[in-house]
Design a protein around this ligand. Structure first.
Ligand code: MSP
Length: 520
């Protein structure tokens, strides 16, 4: 039995509501798995919630509720947004679930028994916000702790340590031998750089008197597990039922690559004798006015002119448009700037004008000139021939770019084809041909409708992983069932001929941007 293609996202901290950054990561991951499924592969897709640790405990204290009750509320929000975004995850892990707690404790015990975990006194500086010990060398040139660390306190503690350092050379070698381990490639170079300096062993415990909200160490009930050790293990603990370890892809943001995913996690797995994930895809950040979109709003934000957030626009204009926007704008690995204006411009021009109007025109004309039944294409002149050839080229490029996570250019290439379809429609001008009594004009008119419809069907099939809802809607309006596989559905065909087309439909209604009054 071959194991399914196993893809995961980061698990979100249970300390606030989801925003564009979280939503983007889910859509990116979902797009990758939907491409795989369309190619006929079996997929297991995991996402979830990171429920332990100081951040969650502090947030619950602030709200005056129990940490678990707080996590339950946040889980509802995050699972809710996954549903809204049409995320097709097969599983949702929460790190307070017994299936996960059990595995974390087993792993800890195994490493402890093997001598990979030891107890030692540690005196040092600790960043409360980052939940980690920090070093003198982390200070800024003026001798202060970077703002990122928040409050830094000096503490002496007895703690448990995982022997990370002894695997440093092994990891360096592993990266040399697996140059494609991390995408994009320049991020792998960052890891190699990081490993040039000696790394320290990892403190994997927190005394309960300081932090009680965590997984108890199986060999010492006075301590709980460090949240990153606990959280990373989710990828493995959730894989057991499906027996789909190793993960094929971990999708994460660039901020959690070094050291957690690129250093701690590979070494943890190696020390346990488990296989490493095949690939880590580290995406960039969504920025707003140049700053990372995040949960914490600052005073500066409060003064900024009120923009609609991407999540608000998603609720107003639909999940498909959101998915298109983020995948079209973001070059995976780089940062991308969000603005309401950019979102609306993509919505109106790419979706409304280029795609939506075209579908609407085909439905309208098929209804008016052909009694809603799509006629056959009987003419094949250069105009039609060129389009077919362009499609073949487009489809090849689109698939190759998507396979390399270049979704933004893949969509650019696909939309170039959509715009060519529009140009074709304008050149053939079936609305003029329809007025002619000449049978040759009628044949051209019918041919143009069949050609436009087929072009749009192909676009719909191709764009299914990114806009599953709209793709299905177009195919349904064209009288066929939505394709569930690429195979057999991406070649130019006459499958739509004789099909009954639906009434005209507005796929992307005008946004309520306060500029244009809505048509009745
Ligand atoms: N709980 C940890 C991850 C543990 S994984 C074993 C965490 N949680 S998080 O809620 O802060 O972030 C979850 C994911 O969202 C991360 O991959 C992070 O990079 C991503 N994003 C959060 N803000 C983001 C943007 N502004 N833009 C894009 N993604 C960013 O880290």
């Amino acid at each position: 039995m071959t194991k399914p293609f196993y893809l995961t996202t980061a698990i979100d901290y249970a300390n606030g509501a989801p925003h564009l950054g979280h939503a983007y990561e889910k859509v990116l991951a979902d797009t990758i798995v939907r491409f795989r499924r369309m190619k006929g592969e079996e997929v297991h897709f995991l996402t979830g919630l990171d429920e332990h640790g100081q951040k969650v405990q502090q947030n619950a204290q602030k709200l005056g509720i129990e940490p678990q009750a707080c996590c339950d509320q946040v889980a509802e929000l995050f699972q809710g947004i996954c549903k809204e975004l049409q995320i097709s995850n097969d599983d949702y892990i929460r790190t307070t679930q017994p299936r996960h707690v059990k595995v974390v404790q087993e792993i800890l015990q195994k490493l402890y028994d093997a001598g990979e975990i030891y107890k030692a006194d540690y005196k040092g500086f600790y960043s409360i916000r980052q939940e980690q010990f920090v070093l003198e060398k982390d200070k800024t040139p003026d001798g202060k702790w970077p703002e990122l660390f928040g409050e830094v306190i000096e503490i002496t503690e007895s703690n448990y340590f995982f022997r990370l350092a002894k695997y440093q050379d092994w990891l360096r070698k592993y990266l040399e031998d697996h140059p494609d381990f991390i995408f994009p490639a320049f991020r792998q170079k960052n890891v190699v750089e990081f490993l040039k300096e000696p790394i320290s062993d990892l403190c994997i415990s927190r005394p309960k008197e300081r932090l009680s909200w965590g997984i108890e160490l199986p060999f010492d009930k006075d301590f709980v597990t460090y949240v990153w050790f606990d959280a990373l293990t989710n990828y493995y603990s959730a894989s057991l039922e499906k027996q789909c370890w190793p993960a094929d892809i971990h999708v994460i943001g660039k901020d959690i690559l070094v050291p957690p995913h690129a250093v701690y996690w590979p070494i943890m797995l190696h020390a346990l004798g488990l296989e490493l994930p095949k690939k880590i895809v580290a995406h960039g950040w969504w920025l707003s006015a140049g700053r990372k979109v995040s949960k914490t709003k600052t005073d500066a934000d409060a003064d900024a002119p009120k923009e609609k957030t991407a999540i608000e626009l998603m609720r107003e204009l639909g999940a498909d448009a959101f998915r298109y926007f983020v995948m079209r704008e973001m070059n995976v690995g780089q940062d991308s700037e969000y603005s309401e204006a950019l979102y609306l411009s993509r919505y109106k021009s790419d979706l409304g004008n280029d795609l939506g109007n075209m579908v609407n025109r085909v439905l309208n004309m098929t209804g008016n000139y052909c009694g809603h039944v799509l006629p056959a294409a009987t003419v094949c002149e250069a105009l039609e021939q060129n389009l077919r050839e362009l499609w073949e080229k487009t489809e090849r490029q689109y698939q190759a770019l998507a396979a390399d996570f270049q979704f933004h250019t893949a969509l650019d290439v696909l939309w170039n084809f959509v715009r060519e379809l529009n140009r074709y429609a304008n050149e053939r001008a079936p609305w003029k041909l329809a007025k002619s009594e000449d049978p040759a004009d009628r044949a051209k008119m019918e041919t143009s409708l069949a050609t436009m419809a087929e072009g749009l069907r192909l676009v719909a099939v191709a764009v299914t992983p990114i806009m599953p809802g709209i793709a299905a809607k177009i195919q349904t309006l064209f009288g066929i069932e939505a394709a569930e596989k690429f195979e057999g559905n991406l070649a130019w065909s006459d499958i739509l001929v004789g099909k009954t087309f639906g009434e005209k439909a507005i796929l992307f209604p005008r946004p309520d941007d306060g500029k244009a009054p809505k048509k009745a």
